[in-house]
Unconditional design. Structure first.
Length: 167
């Protein structure tokens, strides 16, 4: 006679997925009050300011600001030129590649940042943008043109920087 009961039991039933053997656990909850009536966590924690909602909802980023930041990143060497490939149209990518090879906004030490931006509405769906780029005590100029395509996306169609000063 075959005894089925004499087999070694399986460590877990086969109809369930394997259990987790992870030793990590979530952080413990708040500590219980000690004999003094205060929790030890409350004694060591700093008071936090109350959380409040912002007074104004966050404004969406304007395309002028977005493209100025992107162009500064490429022209200062922080990003490669091909990062702007899908955001350019026409000869702008070739102009950008030529300008980036010269490195007009590369500096030693401080990173260049957009100091001020202005724009002119050249027509329906076209903006001509100028930006002042600050890097330390130096101030440089950047100009570019944005056009809105049929897919309602803004693309850069022209890029220029100010003349490079002699060292």
């Amino acid at each position: 006679m075959n005894k089925v009961m004499s087999r070694t039991p399986h460590p877990r039933p086969r109809h369930r997925p394997p259990t987790r053997h992870d030793t990590r656990r979530p952080a413990p909850g708040p500590r219980r009050a000690s004999a003094e009536g205060r929790t030890t966590a409350a004694r060591t924690a700093r008071p936090q300011p109350p959380r409040t909602a912002p007074l104004e909802p966050a404004r969406p980023t304007r395309p002028t600001d977005l493209f100025a930041d992107r162009l500064v990143a490429v022209l200062s060497g922080q990003r490669p030129v091909h990062w702007m490939l899908r955001h350019t149209a026409g000869r702008a990518y070739d102009d950008l590649a030529r300008l980036a090879a010269d490195g007009p906004l590369r500096t030693r030490g401080t990173r260049p940042v957009v100091h001020d931006i202005g724009y002119y509405v050249a027509g329906e769906g076209a903006l001509e943008v100028f930006a002042r780029i600050a890097a330390g005590s130096r101030l440089r100029a950047l100009a570019f043109r944005l056009e809105r395509g049929a897919d309602l996306r803004w693309r850069c169609t022209a890029v220029e920087t100010g003349p490079r000063s002699a060292p």
